[in-house]
Ligand binder design. Structure first.
Ligand code: NAD
Length: 502
């Protein structure tokens, strides 16, 4: 960790104030392209974390009763502020995370879409009413906020994923404690500041920093009613078990191994471009990155052209114009990806493109690994079983579409998948038979827009309601069902009713 006291510190947000932590434990936030220390982030003390939860609990008393139009208008203002600050936010994101500037703007934009969605909360949170369920009796529902909710986010989308969480939680009338990734918390903090500027009242949004201890406190704290998590399968499973054992709602979006099937009738150039972008863009550090491609029949002959396409991608710092593949987030991530490539060779996969140790002019210290392709990959190999989370594509061959579908369904993960074809019948067969939560037809990374919800499945998700869209309104609210009858002043009383019918 940097001892340089002139290095800026990342603040906590507690009760509407940016607070300098009193912690003795700090971590450097490092630019992955240069190793420059950008800031120091604290591991908040237990008192600080409890103060954040207490301030959220106090703020809930008034925020839950704030008119729905007033809540919506905060998010109308917030989306405007995010747009106005897009360039500054993207520069911050690229500096601490590594992805290219256009990709950083994409990260922010996909979160901005959720903010726009939150501004529509009026119609989203409406209940239902059935008139005359019995004579003179109506039944209706109230979708009421839960209280203090918490969010725990990963490093790979430090704008989009926090924005999946707190805008919808707050728009539905809850208050929030966010714990961003300790690897790149700066853009998340800037987004929290803009939320305050947009009118989120003090205490309604709080941000703490830290690692496992902070996460465990959020899972255990009796005043927290629901926990949203996005990150690895190992940590997400721990969070789900711990939070639900403490009686909380939990939704955990976790790791992946996303496959695409290419049929020989697919549009060749479009498909190859899509495969290269989805496998190697953002240096493969997307939960919806394409990590396995199954070439069916004659499409197996396309491998050399796929390799050429991958070779044409430019590796470089995210700030450099024209960069396609930026660095991975940390030296540890680079070591991990490199050792998985070595494991692929050892297990007998054919390394048809080796992206290790690329020469990146001007960035000799960056965590770079270029596009890497293995052919002849089989399910027992480590590179197939593990989520690599780097720019490494595994290529598998299949004789038929059904063989490829069976291969994907045998993988435990269910985050995303795609089919490339010109056949409507094949596409429909695929969408019916594939056991994966998010399906792309000639769309390589099928992340739904916020009119829908994020719907990863099987080992990629715990909890039944996904982030954003209609599902998250259900996640962040308790449905109260009211059955009511009103008597006229002059109504004559009937005999005491001892049955349970209406
Ligand atoms: P991670 O699981 O290491 O970290 C996620 C969060 O958990 C961070 O805030 C971190 O501080 C915390 N954490 C880390 N170790 C912990 C521990 N031992 N106990 C408690 N908390 C701990 O994930 P990451 O490396 O930041 O992100 C990459 C992973 O996230 C990949 O597996 C990727 O697939 C997944 N991801 C999934 C989705 C999705 O929607 N399914 C989206 C983005 C990323």
């Amino acid at each position: 960790m940097s001892q340089n006291t002139s290095t800026p510190t990342v603040k906590l947000l507690i009760g509407g104030e940016l607070v300098e932590s009193r912690s003795s434990q700090w971590r450097d936030v490092v630019n992955p392209a240069t190793q420059e220390v950008l800031a120091r982030v604290p591991f908040a003390t237990e008192d600080e974390m409890n103060a954040a939860v207490a301030s959220a609990r106090e703020a809930f008393k008034t925020w839950r009763k704030t008119p729905i139009g007033a809540r919506a208008r905060v998010f109308l203002k917030y989306q405007q502020l995010i747009r106005e600050n897009m360039k500054e936010l993207a520069a911050l994101l690229t500096a601490e995370q590594g992805k290219t500037l256009p990709d950083a703007e994409g990260d922010i934009f996909r979160g901005l879409e959720v903010v726009e969605h939150a501004a529509n909360i009026g119609t989203l949170q409406m209940g239902e009413l059935a008139n005359n369920v019995a004579s003179g009796v109506d039944t209706y529902t109230l979708n009421q906020p839960l209280g203090v909710c918490a969010g725990i986010t990963p490093f790979n989308f430090p704008a989009m994923i926090p924005l999946w969480m707190f805008p919808m939680a707050i728009a539905t009338g809850n208050t929030f404690v966010l714990k961003p990734s300790e690897q790149d918390p700066m853009v998340t903090m800037r987004l929290a500041e803009l939320a305050m500027e947009a009118g989120v009242p003090p205490g309604v949004l709080n941000v703490i920093h830290g690692g496992a201890d902070a996460v465990n406190l959020l899972c255990d704290h009796p005043d927290i009613k629901a926990v949203s998590f996005v990150g690895s399968t190992k940590v997400g499973t721990h969070v789900y078990n711990r939070a639900t054992a403490n009686g909380k709602r939990a939704q955990c979006m976790m790791g992946a191994k996303n496959h695409a099937i290419v049929l020989p009738d697919a549009h060749k150039q479009q498909t190859l471009n899509n495969l290269a972008g989805a496998a190697f863009g953002a240096a493969g550090q997307r939960c919806m990155a394409l990590s396995v491609v199954i070439l069916v029949g004659e499409a197996q002959n396309w491998l050399p052209e796929l390799v050429e396409k991958a070779k044409s991608l430019k590796i470089g710092a995210g700030v450099e114009a024209g960069t396609d593949v930026g660095p991975v987030v940390s030296c540890a991530a680079l070591d991990r990806v490199s050792s998985l490539i070595a494991a692929g060779e050892k297990d007998g996969a054919k390394l048809v493109l080796d992206g290790r140790d690329p020469q990146v002019s001007g960035y000799a210290n960056g965590n770079f690994v270029g596009p890497t392709i293995f052919a002849g990959v089989t399910p027992e190999m480590t590179i197939y079983r593990e989520e690599i989370f780097g720019p490494v594509l595994c290529v598998v061959s299949a004789a038929t579409l059904d063989e490829a579908i069976a291969f994907i369904n045998a993988n435990p993960n269910g985050n995303g998948t795609a089919l490339f074809t010109r056949s409507g019948a094949a596409a429909r067969h695929f969408q019916e038979e594939i056991d994966v939560g998010q399906v792309g037809i000639n769309v390589p990374i099928p992340v739904p827009v916020p009119l829908f919800s994020f719907t990863g499945s099987r080992a990629s998700k715990l909890g039944d309601l996904g982030p954003y869209g209609k599902q998250v309104v259900q996640f962040y609210t308790q449905t109260k069902t009211v059955t009511s009858r009103w008597f006229d002043e002059d109504e004559v009383g009937t005999a005491v009713n001892t049955t349970i019918t209406l």
